[in-house]
Design a protein around this ligand. Structure first.
Ligand SMILES: CCCCCCCC/C=C\CCCCCCCC(=O)NCC(=O)O
Length: 574
């Protein structure tokens, strides 16, 4: 009996001890977890702080260099230099009536001033000062002495390609991207890297490392995504030529929002080696680097400079097709397909008005404009683009964002991707088109690729039937308010099709456009359209652009068409 009592007492003591021990273990575990979280948080903050400090230091060093140069060269007429077009600038540099130093320091000074206003630069490439010293050896280059800006995700040796993601900090590029190498060889001087939205798939331009870039025409508006730093810097006059990247409109959208020109070439025409994507390996929708500038001639010159033997030998996967100047300079009348909406996205009245004005100008100039109806756009966006880009159920993106702060412009997207599939299926009506981020099996991915191939060949057949050379169609814009989270079909469809496409500014939003917007009914009268209407409101005075498109590999024809539009609009104004 005694023994049993002892035993029970012992067990009691043991179970108390066990409770105590378990509680202590839990407490220690929780403490360790809190400590780990705090330390991870600290590491993240330290990394962000380091990146910001580096930017600040480099900006200050650049400012000092500019000051020193300007003091010792009082005759440097920056106003005159900054007002030159790229073709005038390159001509004067070539002839020697302008020196590369005056040009470089004028643009550096202007970029620093624009950055202060718009927060568009992520790095000043200090090596550019060294490159300037030896630039004489590249005198024959097509871009001799031209300062050039590059988007954050374009590799430049020793600098991060952050893509606005913490995980990418302190991972400096081991070498220059092929595009940077070729630009340097052609005499261009990359001098700054520019901002983008966290993870690149956004119409806004903000990330937790470098913050929000604002629009040069109205700081209450975004400069656009994802090459929004380029849009803001070039639109603000701080760069004459820039390189962006585009998988859903990221060159064309900031160009449209900031009143400049942007060109997305056929994917594969320019080397993508060293351009950091968000979804490496994703092949349903193709990304393409391309130029952004104030006028179409600058885009063409940049393409001409890049499409050279040096690029073809550095990256033999690029087809050795030099720039076809004859096509670019041709003036043969064109047969132009035309539509004002694609049945998926209703552009606001300002963009439709701009489009109609351009259509009338083209007809007056002797071109033939015929109606064109884009094929199965809903299916293309919901089933081909979104399912294809998120074939991994958005896992790659979510993985890359782990452990770091989320930017407010990305949060709504991430919330949508994080909803479990069973709930998505229930909320399908509410969530479409975002319901597509459910992972696919390999067999489904193959089916997806086949469906994309079919869509491309059906669209090409449709063009042939209409017998059109190019397409004039709506562009996304005018510039959105911050934090818009919706989806437009207007640009991404040409990434899916892999057709070259460009944005050209043609007008500005009038008071009447704003009034008409208030009465816009839209195609579906749903929440997405309501959000879109809100995003484009308050845009009076902001740029209005159109989109020009050609068939794959007809990049020069697309540029030629863009140039025609630009010229007609210019002559109408004068
Ligand atoms: C073909 C890409 C579409 C992805 C859709 C993402 C989910 C929709 C959420 C918001 C709309 C964002 C659209 C982004 C368009 C610009 C993306 C882009 O071109 N990025 C450039 C790049 O990755 O190089």
């Amino acid at each position: 009996m005694e023994t049993l009592k002892d035993l029970v007492r012992g067990v009691k003591v043991d179970s108390q001890a066990a409770v105590l021990l378990t509680s202590a273990a839990c407490g220690v575990g929780a403490l360790l977890m809190v400590m780990r979280t705090v330390s991870e948080h600290q590491t993240v903050n330290d990394k962000i702080q380091r990146a910001r400090s580096r930017r600040t230091e480099n900006l200050q060093r650049a400012e000092q260099e500019v000051l020193r140069y300007k003091q010792s060269h009082p005759s440097c007429d920056s106003g005159a230099i900054l007002s030159l077009s790229l073709s005038e600038l390159t001509k004067q540099l070539r002839e020697g009536s302008l020196c590369p130093e005056d040009v470089f320091y004028s643009y550096m000074q202007k970029a620093l001033a624009v950055h202060k206003e718009l927060n568009c630069c992520t790095e000043i490439l200090l090596e550019s000062f060294d490159q300037l010293r030896t630039i004489g050896s590249n005198k024959d280059g097509l871009l001799y002495g031209v300062p050039i800006s590059i988007k954050d995700n374009v590799s430049y040796k020793n600098y991060d390609c952050t893509c606005g993601i913490i995980m990418n900090l302190s991972q400096p590029a081991k070498k220059d991207s092929v595009i940077v190498e070729v630009l340097k060889k052609q005499g261009a001087i990359p001098f700054t890297k520019t901002n983008l939205p966290q993870a690149l798939l956004n119409y806004d331009c903000s990330n937790p490392i470098f913050g929000q870039t604002v629009n040069p025409c109205n700081p209450q508006k975004t400069s656009g995504g994802s090459s929004g730093g380029e849009g803001a810097l070039i639109g603000g006059g701080g760069s004459i030529l820039g390189i962006g990247s585009d998988i859903g409109g990221s060159i064309r959208i900031p160009a449209s929002f900031c009143g400049i020109c942007g060109f997305k070439p056929t994917a594969g025409r320019l080397s993508s080696q060293g351009i950091v994507p968000i979804y490496r390996g994703q092949k349903c929708v193709l990304s393409s680097p391309g130029p952004m500038a104030r006028d179409v001639d600058s885009l063409a010159l940049c393409m001409q400079a890049l499409l050279c033997d040096h690029m073809f030998s550095l990256d033999p996967t690029v087809p050795p097709l030099p720039f076809n100047l004859q096509t670019y300079q041709s003036s043969k009348p064109l047969r132009i397909g035309y539509f004002e909406h694609d049945g998926y996205t209703q552009p606001p009245p300002s963009m439709v008005r701009g489009l109609r004005e351009v259509k009338a100008l083209l007809e007056q100039a002797g071109h033939t404009v015929v109606p064109y109806e884009p094929l199965r756009v809903s299916q293309a966006v919901n089933e081909l683009i979104l399912k294809g880009v998120f074939a991994d159920g958005a896992a790659t993106m979510l993985q890359k964002l782990k452990g770091g702060p989320l930017d407010p412009c990305l949060k709504p997207q991430i919330v949508l991707y994080s909803i479990p599939n069973w709930l998505k299926r229930i909320l399908v009506f509410l969530l479409t088109p975002f319901v597509s981020s459910a992972s696919l099996s390999p067999a489904e991915v193959w089916k997806q690729h086949a469906a994309v191939e079919d869509y491309i060949s059906d669209t090409i057949a449709h063009w042939r039937k209409r017998n059109i050379d190019v397409l004039l169609c709506p562009m996304i814009g005018p510039a959105f308010n911050f934090l818009y989270c919706g989806l437009s079909s207007l640009t991404m469809i040409y990434n899916l099709l892999n057709f070259p496409a460009g944005a050209v500014p043609v007008s500005t939003v009038t008071a009447q456009d704003e009034e008409d917007l208030k009465h816009l009914k839209g195609l579906y009268q749903d929440t997405w359209e309501k959000m879109h209407k809100e995003a484009v409101s308050g845009a009076e005075g902001l740029p209005v652009a159109v989109q020009c498109v050609a068939l794959p590999w007809q990049d020069e024809l697309c540029l030629r068409f863009m140039k025609e539009v630009e010229q007609l609009v210019k002559h109408k104004k004068n």
